[in-house]
Design a protein around this ligand. Structure first.
Ligand code: PMP
Length: 430
């Protein structure tokens, strides 16, 4: 197929009829498909079923002889910290293991920063006139929702394929009102990109206008590879230390998409001062985390090799789903010039740049055909995509058959919306 912009009026009309016919046929199938949220599929959760019987009736003592059933152990079990050390890139005394949600840790860090400030803050963030966060966009909607909830102004920075555009980020960060930045440095949600060494170094060393500027380094997809290549990124904590900004990064991760999305463990890693700060706040909120669950994770995953074996089993289940989406998009959209999409080496999403001004229409067309997509704009601050172009596809949860069917439908919706738009533009131009 040639680019639709190059087609004659008659060719475009013929193509429109053909694609509309295919779309109507798809709609007539009366399917009910959902590609909205990056949830693990039931078969992925089944991989961790063995964990549910652990640590077992008589196994509740930790390496240090602590009784995991009891109160205490605010920083988390030493063996759980050691297990995830390679993922977090900090020594065990600078890791905190929490309960099941890293998003909850990020939320609490922001709320505590607002109420109390962080190490180096002249005053609590809430006492400032106004504060802002740099938001690489498209990005993770729940990060943006936290900012929205607490009145943190969001400053979008474009993504480049190697992480955010650092010229833009450096210019924004020089403003003292800018207190932080969201980063998903590996297999970013939703673009799948991996921050380059240069991006990481510039983030660690850039001049920040606020003395208490923080990178919220959400390494949610640290070990979530979709190919045999296990991409590595630079260690942000080491880079910040080297650059003379030892307290700059708050690192987060969790086992939500390793073991059980609703019953995993979450991690925080940072400088000694930041860890002391977090524990001082956390100690008012709880007497200690669920250490039995931490022990269960240690018994089940065992060591780094066990973790990688487990992640390989996930990959075997979900890589074919990502391939199915790519296959349908390639087949329907290659060379049409109407869309670009990512081919991530890891993570949970495919991001599509549909023709400008058509993403909302694509989601509508999909809905009419029984296909639920993430609302257009969801991956932008305040849900406002300035180009109405980004679509986030989440292929992990539905079955492979469902992903195949849905991808077919999505490709048709993208194409049809682009053709309709092209026709409208030509009409308007006379
Ligand atoms: N961060 C990112 C970038 C995510 O994509 C997700 C899940 N969609 C989370 C955090 C949520 O993590 P958790 O389950 O640990 O709260």
């Amino acid at each position: 197929m040639s680019a639709i912009a190059d087609l004659s009026a008659a060719e475009l009309e013929a193509l429109r009829n053909e694609v509309r016919g295919k779309y109507e046929a798809f709609r007539a199938r009366g399917l009910k498909l959902d590609m909205t949220r990056g949830k693990p599929a039931p078969e992925q959760l089944d991989l961790s079923n063995g964990m549910l019987a652990l640590p077992g009736n008589a196994d509740h003592f930790t390496e240090s002889g602590e009784d995991a059933r009891n109160y205490g152990g605010l920083q988390g079990l030493a063996e759980a910290r050691a297990l995830f050390l390679p993922v977090l890139g900090a020594p065990p005394d600078r890791i905190v293991v929490g309960n099941n949600s890293s998003l909850a840790l990020m939320h609490d860090c922001i709320v505590w920063a607002l109420l109390k400030g962080v190490p180096g803050s002249p005053r609590p963030w809430a006492k400032e006139q106004e504060i802002a966060f740099i938001c690489p966009s498209p990005g993770y909607d729940r990060h943006f929702a936290i900012c929205e909830e607490y009145g943190v102004r969001m400053l979008p920075a474009p993504m480049t394929g190697q992480g955010p555009d650092m010229d833009v980020v450096e210019a924004l960060a020089s403003d003292p009102a800018v207190k932080g930045m969201w980063c998903v440095p590996k297999y970013s949600n939703p673009t799948g990109e991996i921050y380059s060494d240069q991006t990481v170094r510039r983030l660690a060393s850039m001049r920040a206008g606020a003395p208490d500027f923080r990178l919220f380094w959400d390494n949610a997809y640290a070990v979530h590879h979709l190919t045999e290549r296990r991409h590595e990124i630079l260690n942000i904590l080491e880079e910040c230390e080297r650059a003379g900004n030892p307290d700059r990064a708050f690192v987060f991760a969790s086992t939500s998409k390793i073991t059980l999305a609703g019953a995993g463990v979450a991690f925080f890693a940072s400088s000694a001062a930041n860890v002391r700060w977090l524990l001082a706040r956390a100690g008012k909120r709880t007497i200690g985390p669920d250490k039995l669950n931490q022990l269960r994770h240690v018994r089940f995953l065992r060591d780094e090799a066990g973790l990688y074996r487990h992640m390989d089993a996930h990959r075997a289940l979900i890589a074919p789903k990502f391939a199915a989406v790519a296959e349908a998009l390639d087949r329907h959209l290659a060379r049409t010039g109407v869309a670009r999409w990512t081919r991530p080496d890891g993570g949970y999403f495919i991001s599509v740049d549909a023709a400008q001004g058509t993403a909302k229409r694509v989601v509508e067309l999909a809905k009419e055909a029984g296909l639920a997509l993430t609302p257009a704009g969801a991956t932008w601050p305040h849900g406002q995509d300035p180009h109405d172009s980004t679509l986030r596809l989440a292929p992990t949860f539905p079955s492979l058959e469902e992903v195949r069917a849905a991808s077919e439908g999505i490709a048709l919706c993208i194409l049809l919306a682009a053709i309709d738009k092209q026709c409208a533009l030509r009409e308007a131009a006379g």
